[in-house]
Design a protein around this ligand. Structure first.
Ligand code: PMP
Length: 420
């Protein structure tokens, strides 16, 4: 924001952002404690009193990116209003000590809200970590098994495959089923799976972001002492989940619940404390659990943002309500694809199509570039499929409004009418 644009003494201050226009009252009308301050926002102990934050959602695009992804507009506006001076603390959350009472209240509320959203029992620890889901590909075997221990991987897409490859460094993983040869379009029937009776855990990726394959229910490990582990990065908090079916759930935040930089781990407490000797301190879940995710400096601002998202999800009525909305959005998009008489095609088996990531191809693949260009003109962006599969992919996470999906569907029908 260029200071010179705000210098006219009594002109309304206008901060134009990508998302919103924030109208600030003229400096002279604001009871700032020090007149030397150029921006009234700088003395906004009660920012909301002084800011008239006007959502101009027409300034925002519909962002169908797979992650980092769209965030709820009201959460962004709240963060904006609290950015400069959080709750009268005189500083931004970014500037706070992670050990001070203000930040502690933020992380504790974020955890409590997540616990109520997912109904997480007391015998599970909730950790706010760094390093993305990719780091958990190593942390999971390092914490849950000894070198040489057998573990099972059910691979329904390339994230599950990456997790398996990483695990090879730390234990003895086996792919018990892979959809690779079919280009990842389904989840196998659980009855026919050859699970290892000694496997310490069975790993799944609950929603494969690239291929759009989502588990609708979950396999049970055949080792009575083994646990189910799930990478839920791309469908975390999109629907209720029975946490007690899992020994461990992990999820990068940047799709459904916040910005990148935070990775959430929910782990049954009795699984902690057996990390392999070589485990770096930063990957040892017990150390983070014993220190309430404050062993070292956590990603404070990201955790604060996740907390705002959790609060918003609770206000929406919790994950049952959120699931209904997601179901409706996905339904109208898949219907549009299926009713296009082959103009658009989704290769994934209907029973396991993802509610979050909808991949589709165009029968006339030479039209893909034009589809993307025209969509972008209509302010619908990031619809290009992952580089490894091509085609299109619409990621319609919690924060994608129904209006965004309706607009995409109308655009697709129009595009088809022009090019069929
Ligand atoms: N798992 C899944 C399902 C993902 O979608 C992604 C990222 N797109 C990852 C893991 C890797 O996450 P990160 O980039 O946070 O390490």
């Amino acid at each position: 924001m260029a200071a010179t644009s705000l210098n006219a003494p009594n002109a309304p201050l206008l901060q134009k952002t990508h998302q919103t226009h924030v109208f600030l009252k003229p400096i002279s009308t604001i009871p700032c404690q020090t007149s030397a301050k150029r921006f009234c926002i700088s003395c906004s102990a009660t920012t909301q009193d002084r800011l008239s934050v006007q959502s101009q959602s027409q300034d925002r695009v519909f962002n169908f990116a797979a992650g980092p992804a769209t965030l709820p507009e009201n959460v962004l506006l709240k963060a904006q209003s609290e950015l400069y001076n959080w709750h009268g603390s005189g500083m931004s959350v970014m500037e706070m000590s992670h050990r001070g009472k203000d930040f502690r209240s933020i992380i504790e509320k974020a955890e409590a809200d997540l616990r109520s959203l997912l109904n997480i029992p007391e015998n599970y620890a909730v950790l706010f970590l760094q390093g993305g889901a990719t780091t958990q590909f190593a942390a999971v075997p390092l914490n849950l098994c000894a070198p040489g221990d057998s573990v099972d991987y059910l691979v329904t897409g390339s994230w599950g495959d990456k997790a398996f490859i990483e695990a090879k460094k730390y234990c003895n993983p086996k792919v018990i089923w892979s959809g690779k040869s079919e280009n990842y379009v389904r989840v196998p029937s659980f009855d026919g799976l050859e699970l290892n009776p000694n496997a310490k855990y069975l790993h799944i990726c609950a929603n494969e972001t690239i291929y759009g394959v989502e588990f609708k229910d979950y396999p049970v490990p055949c080792n009575p002492n083994g646990v189910l582990v799930a990478d839920m990065s791309s469908n975390f908090c999109s629907k209720p989940v029975d946490v007690t079916k899992f020994g461990l759930i992990y999820a990068g935040a940047q799709k459904n619940v916040g910005p990148s930089g935070v990775c959430i781990v929910i782990v049954r407490k009795d699984l902690l404390g057996n990390a392999q000797e070589i485990t770096p301190v930063m990957l040892d879940y017990k150390i983070h659990a014993d220190n309430n995710s404050l062993y070292n400096t956590p990603p404070c601002y990201g955790i604060y943002m996740c907390g705002l998202v959790f609060e918003d999800l609770l206000k929406q009525g919790g994950l049952e309500e959120v699931e209904k909305k997601n179901h409706k959005k996905a339904g109208i998009l898949y219907n549009a694809i299926d009713e296009s008489k082959g103009f658009y095609r989704c290769p994934v088996e209907k029973s396991v199509r993802s509610m979050m990531n909808v991949p589709f191809t165009l029968e006339k693949s030479e039209l893909e570039a034009e589809f993307l260009k025209e969509a972008e003109k209509e302010k619908m962006v990031q619809l290009k499929g992952h580089r490894s599969v091509g085609g299109m992919r619409a990621s319609i996470y919690n924060a994608m409004p129904l209006a965004g999906v309706e607009k995409l569907v109308a655009f697709m029908k129009d595009f088809q009418a022009k090019h069929a």
